[in-house]
Design a protein around this ligand. Structure first.
Ligand code: ATP
Ligand code: MG
Length: 331
């Protein structure tokens, strides 16, 4: 059995890119493998953030994940800051991670470009991510394509650490990524990947009116200037979304009507909006129930943190021992 670790930041609304790229895979894996799913709030404070809403956003992210089908009875679902061992292991790994490797990361380049004075947290973000995974000695990490580079770095950190501190019997496995068929969903702006922090998303819990409001102005194939201009569905983000939310017969119809200018982009978007809203309706209903009982969500997260912490402490004890620290009395 594999041990799975995956995380999501409470940095904004859970969106369909997160769902198709990562969360959907968690739901599939939870019946087969041992899964740890984490709301990574420590990652979400690496840049400027809203202090007043962090706690609520963290709970809401957990609600979204559960509403999407992740069952806290099947997986260990918890909040990263509830398990302080994440930060400790991060420091231990920071000491052997080359700055040059961190500066090479695409996400670092993108996110740091927005700052005049770059917070070090943005640079060391991938080390915290490596610590998240290594703390549970997870071997498999379901992620979207944007995180594959960070995972490569995590594997490099594993190799370095094992070679330095456990040359005979490696402590950490090299974690491998699992990608879904939707490894990179583009944003509605058609410019960048759909991202919580870019405001180019459709929320997983958006009601039908909001889905339509966001889809209506979304970028399509630029060749379709008017209804009479035929398009190429292969380069249209709306077509990609149809493939994930519409039945095969509709996908075939969309393909044909786009290529032959049989309908306009708005007609195409309307069908998508209806199919998407139908798919999201049960999740919205479940989320509404959970929002009405926040204490149950908090209790599930507390239980998850207790379970995660038991595992985390075991790993850290081993790591401390291998790295030569003086044990505390009684440990
Ligand atoms: P932020 O903009 O704050 O970085 P995000 O939308 O990128 O937020 P994360 O919390 O960083 O979301 O990532 C959670 C998971 O969702 C990761 O596994 C990531 O690879 C995946 N993911 C994020 N965006 C997409 C996308 N557009 N398509 C597919 N997977 C995605
Ligand atoms: Mg991200």
């Amino acid at each position: 059995m594999s041990r799975i670790f995956s995380g999501i930041q409470p940095s904004g609304e859970l969106h369909i890119g997160n769902y198709l790229g990562a969360v959907k895979n968690w739901v599939e894996l939870q019946d087969k493998e041992e899964c740890l799913i984490c709301v990574v709030d420590l990652h979400a404070i690496t840049g400027k953030y809203d202090v007043a809403s962090l706690a609520a956003r963290t709970r809401e992210m957990a609600i979204g994940i559960i509403a999407a089908g992740v069952d806290p009875k099947k997986v260990i679902l918890f909040v990263q800051s509830h398990v302080p061992e994440h930060s400790e292991l991060q420091w231990l790994l920071t000491t052997l991670t080359p700055v040059g490797e961190l500066e090479r990361m695409t996400q670092y380049k993108d996110k740091s470009a927005k700052y005049e004075s770059i917070p070090a947290g943005i640079l060391v973000y991938p080390i915290l991510m490596a610590a998240d995974i290594l703390l549970y000695r997870a071997d498999t990490v379901p992620v979207g394509e944007d995180q594959v580079q960070h995972l490569e770095l995590a594997r490099e950190i594993v190799r370095k650490w094992n070679a330095e501190f456990a040359p005979d019997a490696p402590v950490f496995p090299e974690p491998k990524p699992v990608l879904s068929t939707a490894r990179r969903i583009m944003g509605l702006d058609g410019q960048a990947k759909m991202s919580k922090s870019l405001g180019n998303t459709i929320g997983l819990l958006d009601p039908p009116e909001a889905v339509w409001e966001k889809l209506r102005p979304a970028v399509t194939d630029p060749a379709r200037k008017t209804k009479k201009d035929p398009g190429n569905p292969e380069i249209c983000n709306i077509f990609t979304l149809h493939k994930h939310f519409s039945p095969p017969a509709t996908v075939a119809e969309v393909d044909q009507k786009c290529r032959t200018a049989g309908w306009g982009c708005l007609d195409c978007k309307k069908v998508l909006a209806d199919n998407m809203s139908a798919a999201l309706a049960p999740m919205r209903a479940r989320a509404a129930e959970l929002k009405a009982a926040p204490e149950q969500v908090d209790a599930a997260l507390a239980l998850g943190a207790t379970k995660a912490r038991t595992e985390a402490r075991k790993t850290l004890a081993l790591v401390r021992e291998r790295m030569g620290f003086l044990p505390t009395q009684g440990s």
